[in-house]
Design a binder for this molecule. Sequence first.
Ligand code: SF4
Ligand code: SF4
Length: 287
Amino acid sequence: MTADRRRIIEMLFLEGDHTCAYCVASGDCELQALGYRLGMIAPTDPYLWPRTTIDATHPDIYLDRSRCILCSRCIEASKQEDGKSVFGFDGRGIVMRLNVDAEGGLGATDMAAIDKAASVCPVACIVIKRDSYRVPNGRRRFDSSPIGSDIEAKRPQASPEATFPNTPYVQTTPRHLLLDRLFRCHMSLLDIDERLLEFMDLADLDRSPFDDKKEFDRMVDVGFIEGGCSNESNVYELREFRKHCRVLVAVGACAVNGGVPAMRNVYTCASAWRGCSSARVPSKVAA
Ligand code: SF4
Ligand code: SF4
């Protein structure tokens, strides 16, 4: 049974474009949490890499259809709870896509950020703008307890082990050393090729962008930080990182002198949002 459930979750990953380490919902996503819970390591079949669109026409909400799992929760919530009919499906089978009830995109509907439909999405397809990372990674919904544990707690006879045999929640077995968090420049570390294997004989890897481990639970000898601080979650993680590394090394232009993220400092938030989110500019990404 567990293998079958894991297979279904794998297929949902294959059908979309899910890069959890970079996702605003990481730690708060039901699909990701089920992947961990069911012991999914990596899908065994090829990814389909669907061609989907982002709809950023609404001032407060955007849709990233590459992450939609077609669960229809938003459709039902919009009809039943909000008394609207904002969402529906287009097409059938493998080409079925979420659509909205207006040619101008979500911004042309009567959807509001306070609608029930805006909060029921189990993944990061319906996303409230300016709200990402309000809860820092490490403190999000599924960071400390696996999905389903609240239900299991009400059924003492059904322990997690009984429900999910042979699938412990612990995602990694950390030891110590080498930590690299804020993306991108770790790729240049991989350019040392097979010498990385020699290095691994000398060091134990505790955490990296590849394992998506959320919490700092022990001291390490050396941490490598890359990227800049762009939100409160980044600041929280960097402070936690500093506390848990004996030596902390800044790697790359962003960590050392601000790099690309710091370029935003010369713009106001309002002008950045106009550039990124208005209906006029991103015609290529609007549905
Ligand atoms: S929506 Fe969930 S599964 Fe998909 S990338 Fe984001 S966190 Fe991962
Ligand atoms: S609730 Fe989210 S995942 Fe489900 S159909 Fe709507 S947008 Fe897609």
